[in-house]
Ligand binder design. Structure first.
Ligand code: HEC
Length: 156
């Protein structure tokens, strides 16, 4: 009995703590925040690489390899559910910059995603070799980020 009570209390505590993670009762907002967090992490890893390429940060081979590998790891996450139909800026104005076009033209955005992944794979296999190789492969990554934002996100 004691065990059951303890289990029950543990479960209640878990439910309560999980509720703290949720911003509201609208779970679509959690999805939007999850995909935005994934995007923020892309910037987090890309930022120092771009600074190295521009000479604003000294080139560090080990750091460049780690950053680009981390960027590549993000592509292994299954984020599909976070892009649920009906979560564009027409319904969630102010919460997301994702255009309804993402879903209206689906699977068009997949091509942009594939291009991005190919560019990140190339970056991950070269960024740690030399500053020149980092510079050579980083451009395509930046272009792939920009192309998708230009076509599928609200202009800021
Ligand atoms: C295949 C499309 C695609 C690619 C590639 C892409 N993004 Fe995004 N990004 C989006 C979309 C769509 C949004 C809008 C998400 C939202 O607000 O729900 C977004 C939003 C963002 C945001 C804003 C997040 C926030 O908190 O509102 C940042 C930062 C960002 N992207 C960075 C990047 C970087 C850096 C790259 C490349 C390393 C990249 N993205 C590649 C589609 C893409």
């Amino acid at each position: 009995m004691k065990n059951i009570t303890r289990t029950f209390l543990g479960f209640t505590a878990l439910v309560l703590s999980l509720q703290c993670f949720s911003d509201s009762n609208d779970t679509n907002l959690d999805l939007i925040h999850a995909r935005q967090s994934n995007m923020e992490l892309r910037s987090y890893f890309l930022g120092p690489l771009a600074a190295m390429a521009k000479g604003k940060l000294p080139y560090d081979a080990e750091m460049a390899a780690k950053l680009s590998n981390s960027l590549q790891l993000l592509n292994g996450l299954d984020m599909g559910r976070a892009w649920a139909p009906g979560t564009g800026n027409d319904k969630y104005e102010g919460e997301t910059t994702a255009l309804p076009k993402i879903w209206d033209t689906y699977p068009e955005i997949g091509k942009y995603g594939k291009k991005y992944e190919t560019a990140v794979d190339a970056l991950a296999s070269t960024a740690g070799n030399s500053l020149n190789e980092l510079r050579a492969s980083l451009g395509d990554v930046g272009k792939a980020c920009k192309a998708c934002h230009d076509d599928f996100t609200e202009k800021q």
